[in-house]
Design a binder for this molecule. Sequence first.
Ligand code: TXA
Ligand code: MG
Length: 314
Amino acid sequence: MCAFRVDIDDAVARLRAGDCVAMPTETVYGLAGDARNETALQHIFALKGRPLSNPLIVHLHEVSDVPQWATGVTPAVRCLLDAFWPGPLTVVLPASASVSRLVTAGGDSVALRVPAHPLARELLARFGGGLCAPSANRSGYVSPVSAEHVLADYEQTPLAVLDGGVCPRGIESTIVRPRGEVLEVLRPGAIAVPELQRVWAGTVAYIARPEIAVPGSAPRHYAPRTPTQLVGRDALSSAGSDAAVVAIEPLPADCKAGKIVLLPAQPDAYAERLYTTLRTLDSEGFARILVERVPDNEHWLALTNRLGRAACPE
Ligand code: TXA
Ligand code: MG
């Protein structure tokens, strides 16, 4: 049996019964389950093929739900939550004692986020509790940004999917961990470092080795099955017909690549289209995917991170 669409009434009923439902968010689709139900949590790990050492994000409806899950909301943290929630920011805080060890992977912190997608918000409001939701891809693969992507990933698994259309941001949330005056960025994402800096009075510090800071996350991730390389303009221009090319600037007319996809030279617009582009090219049988290196500055940090990991050899 394969994945299938459900409406919101059905989705709420399934979550209450301890089942998983793929739900839209403004970043990517998540594989949601009741964050207080051990059976539902185990089901999330099994469906994704995710190691139990990798903790889960708890999605909440309101900032006022935070005290049920975490402590450590200082005035500075509160400013951050008020500025970016609902929205694509995940905040790692000291976990309350009642949070399942499956959520925290046995650690003492919990990652929380209040999503902005209207259907996710309605689902959370009607469910009335916290929903754990990792990205709904199979572990290691490109995150899904449409219901079709989820349906394709779970062709042989009976998974309920709540279709909320295409995710408008197209890249995962930014994960931060407040540490006194310092705001550590554990995963760059939809909110860029300069945006955080406008709200956070102290230092915003990007942690470049997330595989150490974030338990269970592997260097290779977000990766198409087709070998993928990050390259400069010369390699793009000389690509052969067995290669698909993803470029920012137009290529010379005599470029022999099998397919050329031009993505916008603006990071938010690029992010919106990246995962769909990688998934489409991955299904078209090319020998390799060559992606033009993106600019090396803090506006492109999340994309540099995702592309670097997609192109990391197995
Ligand atoms: O945009 C998103 O964040 C999406 C949507 C569905 O909300 N979710 C998402 O979840 O990307 P996931 O599980 O694919 O990635 C969450 C990352 C993982 O790398 C995990 O290790 C990290 O968050 N994480 C979770 N809890 C953590 C914690 N307590 N401390 C540090 N990292 C944590
Ligand atoms: Mg993920």
